[in-house]
Design a protein around this ligand. Structure first.
Ligand code: AMP
Length: 395
């Protein structure tokens, strides 16, 4: 992995692929600047070394030049976060774009217009990638959130900088965090997988069985496993078509020496709502008219003890319908336990899909070692795939 520190940026113009795909309100103001702040260390480093930065990003999914999705709306916010004046170019490629980029002096920053105004970006078009490459003399990728896409700016343009390309510090941090679980995690390694459906997590479960010592399965996935084992799941979410697969998976885990932990009890509701009546049932004996919506108290205690024994913990997916505060206890409880384990020296990584939203909403974010910024990119990494954006930097 070639890092920022291994390149000389003096008098170089770095084209930095950042992820400024930030939410805007109806007045087109940035409502969450986390992603801009996340790119700051890389940009600051390049400027401090005597370089200049040409920033490339997408915003939303425009069909052509949609003015609502212009990056012009975020220029003042980027300037405020970086503490330097940020210039803007309303083009991405072409003579004017190259002229503006070439005029940059050391210490200056230029933000280009939305990459996705050009359909060639997501198509990974070779000519478009070459035009992007003309904007700078060095290529830095700091956009983990799009590293799983073989787009022109995230992957294809890297080849035009054979010796002058590197990981931005955010991208490097993300890759290191994933490697700490998937490649060199300290044992015992525990993965906690929650969420709604088994069918959407199959490739992740398969890949994790080769990496972990323990796997907690929670959330709506539980009921497919319980039904497969002959349990009664009432009205709980269940995928009968995946029962055979669930049994196969339990066998595979056994053969690989991975211990699978399912909740022994669940908090069920008589309706899919926050105000539903609640009752605790054994997870394999949920009567008709009730659906499991959270891990039960005994399960939470068992999970807590397990979490505290583990040295490496990966968490993807809530253990219940955390959006309903009355059914968030199991998710909060495991989050608290991960926080305790982390304080005692374990490494904890949270990421993928809804997990980050859950952790933030429940106030658990500060207790984790690392929270990934990339939903889809994180999920694909957990599936064991090499992300094209990362492969292109290492080529
Ligand atoms: P995922 O995106 O696969 O991580 O799934 C997250 C979603 O799973 C959240 O919106 C949860 O509300 C949902 N979920 C978790 N547990 C259950 C459950 N027992 N029944 C229905 N949905 C659930």
């Amino acid at each position: 992995m070639r890092l920022l520190e291994q390149l000389n940026f003096e008098n170089e113009r770095a084209v930095v692929r950042v992820d400024f795909n930030v939410p805007l309100n109806e007045n087109l103001q940035v409502t969450d600047k986390t992603r801009i702040q996340a790119a700051k260390p890389t940009i600051e480093y390049i400027l401090s070394q005597g370089g200049s930065c040409v920033l490339l990003s997408h915003l939303g999914r425009p069909e052509g030049r949609d003015p609502k999705l212009s990056l012009a709306h975020i220029v003042s916010e980027v300037s405020a976060v970086l503490g330097v004046t940020v210039h803007f170019c309303d083009q991405v490629v072409g003579a004017e774009a190259v002229a503006k980029a070439s005029a940059l002096q050391a210490g200056e920053v230029l933000l280009m217009e939305n990459l996705r105004y050009h359909k060639e970006e997501t198509k990974g078009d070779e000519d478009f990638a070459q035009q992007l490459a003309e904007l700078g003399t060095v290529y830095v990728n700091d956009a983990f959130g799009t590293a799983h896409r073989a787009h022109a700016s995230t992957t294809i343009m890297a080849k035009h900088f054979p010796d002058k390309k590197c990981f931005g510090s955010l991208l490097a941090k993300e890759v290191n965090a994933i490697d700490k679980v998937m490649k060199d995690g300290e044992s015992p390694i525990l993965a906690i997988l929650g969420g709604a459906k088994v069918s959407s997590k199959i490739t992740i479960i398969e890949s994790l069985l080769d990496k972990v010592d323990h796997l907690i399965i929670g959330g709506g996935m539980v009921y497919t496993f319980t039904q497969a084992q002959g349990g009664i799941v009432g009205n709980s979410i269940c995928e009968p078509d995946y029962c055979d697969y669930a049994l196969e998976l339990l066998e595979k885990a056994k053969a690989k020496g991975v211990q699978i932990h399912l909740p022994v009890d669940v908090v069920a509701g008589d309706d899919f709502s926050n105000t539903a009546h609640q009752k605790v049932f054994p997870s394999n004996a949920i009567p008709e008219g009730w659906e499991g919506l959270d891990a039960g108290p005994k399960s939470s205690e068992i999970f807590r003890e397990l979490v505290l024994q583990c040295k490496t913990i990966l968490w993807n997916g809530p253990l219940g319908v955390f959006e309903f505060p009355n059914f968030a206890t199991g998710t909060i409880s495991i989050g608290e336990a991960i926080g305790e384990a982390t304080q005692s020296g374990a490494f904890s990584l949270v990421g993928g899909g809804d997990s980050v939203a859950a952790v933030k909403q429940l106030g658990l974010a500060s207790k984790m070692s690392y929270i990934s910024t990339g939903g889809g990119a994180m999920l694909e990494s957990l599936e064991g795939k090499t992300l094209p954006g990362i492969a292109a930097l290492n080529a």
